[in-house]
Design a binder for this molecule. Structure first.
Ligand SMILES: [Fe+2]
Length: 185
């Protein structure tokens, strides 16, 4: 993993090459991303949490000591708002003990299906200067920096586009205004 990319491009790429762990999820019905309720399906939560811990300890903890695991989930396709450039971080500190929104400013998405230019399924990122397009294959993942200044958007044209989702809160990431799908609070 090129850790510098996380701070410069707003995301870093990796490979989760545990096929037996991935294939466990193939038997599940993935809820459509349009559904507001992104709780994982019954029976999937422990396996998702195990991967969330593995990714945190293997990658995120190489840079950040203090990391909290937030919601884990899985879905297919792309919800409408995520097709436009946006940033997902969702928290605002009111005081020491009070937060508005759930604490989340970084996430990892593991892809279960092949994306490609030909298929038309992708994820794009941009910083202040450049745009980047990615076509993850099965087992590829992106670690997304949801700090202010970075945005991303997802495209689903055809076929299966399933992802495993792991949200984290990293106190050391730069604070900024609360922004959720383009809305400033
Ligand atoms: Fe997003």
């Amino acid at each position: 993993m090129i850790f510098e990319d996380f701070f410069i491009k707003g995301y870093a790429k990796g490979v989760y090459d545990n096929e037996s762990a991935l294939s466990f999820f193939d038997s599940f019905v993935f809820q459509d991303a349009e559904l507001v309720d992104r709780r994982p399906p019954p029976g999937s939560e422990k396996a998702l949490n195990d991967i969330a811990i593995f990714l945190k300890e293997t990658y995120i903890n190489q840079i950040f000591d203090d990391v909290t695991i937030n919601q884990v989930s899985m879905w297919q396709s792309v919800d409408g708002p995520s097709g436009d450039w946006h940033n997902d971080r969702y928290y605002k500190k009111i005081d020491e003990n009070t937060w508005e929104g759930h604490r989340f400013n970084s996430n990892i998405l593991i892809y279960l299906d092949k994306n490609s230019k030909e298929i038309g399924n992708s994820i794009e990122f941009k910083n202040q200067n450049e745009e980047f397009i990615e076509y993850p294959s099965r087992g590829d993942f992106v670690w997304i920096n949801q700090s202010q200044g970075f945005q991303h958007r997802a495209t689903h044209k055809q076929g299966s586009r399933r992802v495993l989702s792991f949200e984290y809160y990293i106190p050391a990431l730069p604070k900024g205004g609360l922004v959720h799908h383009g809305l400033d609070y």
